[in-house]
Design a protein around this ligand. Sequence first.
Ligand SMILES: [Zn+2]
Length: 569
Amino acid sequence: MKTPEIKFSQYPFIVPTEKRVTNKLDKLIGELKECGSPKTASVAVRHWNKYGEELGTELSLIYVKYSVDTKNVAYKKAQERMDELSPLISKYSNIYEKMMVKASFRKDLEKIYGKYLFKMYDSSLKAFDEKIMPELAQENKLVSQYDAVLGGAQINFRGEVLNLSQLGKYMQDKDRDTRKEAAQAMDKWLGEHEKEIGDIYSQLVTLRDQMAKKLGFKNFTELGYLRLGRIDYNAKMVKKYREQIATEVVPVCQKLYKQQMKGLKIKNPQYYDYNLTFASGNANPIGDVNYIVDQTKAMFTTLSSESQTFINFMVDNELLDLVARQGKAPGGYCTYFPLYKSPFIFANFNGTADDVFTLAHECGHAFQAYLCSNIKIPEYQNPTLESCEIHSMSMEFFAWPYLEKFFGAQNEKAQFTHLKGAIEFLPYGISVDEFQHWVYEHPTATHEERCAIWRDIENRYTPHKKYDDTPTLAKGTYWMRQSHIFGTPFYYIDYTLAQVVAFEFFLLDRKNHEKAWKKYVKFTKCGGKYPFVELLEKNHLKNPFEDGTIHKIIGPLVKVLKGFDQSKF
Ligand SMILES: [Zn+2]
């Protein structure tokens, strides 16, 4: 049966109560407990999953409503209640998973659901115990607090009150004084909130370390990996991978930065100068948000009939909230409402080229969610995060042939900047990762020590960054703006791994579009059926962890950059 389409504004806003959730989950667990055969168990599983869709939809909707308007008292309260409720839901999931893996007829269940599901359960069981529930609730609360501090930023800039995303536009202005002033305004705001944000993080690190120890781990690192469902790679492999980036990519980026500053004729470049790629100004989209949505619609319509149906579904059902506003949480994300089989895209458009790429990126996530919405086993709908970012980051490159529609005559400028930025992202990405490994291996470190380590990592991977006019950032506080560090520890290397795979799709797309798109859709439709490395193998994609992968991929990319006639820019 086809799910009836309803618009986002018509979704009923339901805040589940503890009593209702407990009653329902008790009943479902009871049903599974009574099962004596794989056949009856699969009926119980179906019921469990059905309620999961309902509850998942309610939780997603609360999160979306809250992040769209963090100042709304009702949404804020609802989000707070969910932060408290979610450990209880984890408790029930834990009981459910335990029963599944310990079932006397597990082998038969594995035949029905596949072995990977049980591997996922095995690892998620290690990451939870009832005794850490108070810490989990507290952790959620702190993350929401962080979102509220950043979302609530009100920065006075040249007579306007701006949030962090809105200020971002001025940080890449053509005029150096404007960039500097914007960077200083941000720095001042960060300085005023440094203690508050630093305290939130210290509390988070302490809590996470406590949970890890209660569960029998040496520190949080292993637990962090388990939480992300990483079952076919580990911290040691990630470290070696970071070394590949350091050796192969850092020098390339330093060269690119030097060229950039030569072009801009800036003698003592500061960190904010790198936001401007060309003296003539960055490529900005030639239309407003409606224009960008229209062009995105046209792009997906041309790409394939599946993507056409998808984009119409998104637009017709109000599943995009794109413009930066006061009180909106920072960043961008894509979430999913299982009950309506609908993805939802959240962004903070600020009039820069990022808007176009952010929309393509989030549409990549949404397209995957849409394509995989018919996978019956919910755990197999979405892969782990590094694989999800392949869907999105590759889509940014599939947008290349259409960029003229978004940027007009500045199309090539936008392409150049996008690719340059994607390469330069890798050293930043490994910085965020290395920082977090250090933090959780030194859980009692002070805020000052953390900042010193951050600055040290920056000096190694992004030595061009100078903060002479921005005293707060000069202390090593740039990481405080990276929300992943707070909300989802160790979720960041994922973007770099995905970037490497997306580069492969990009290079293939330039050679043979039809083949590349087909490969991408096939990859996307795998959803979450395999862990990361296996997913790559199944789709004949290069494994970034393998020695030499980065070397192989970086050369052709530099060649593409060299192919642009920069004198035109
Ligand atoms: Zn993403």
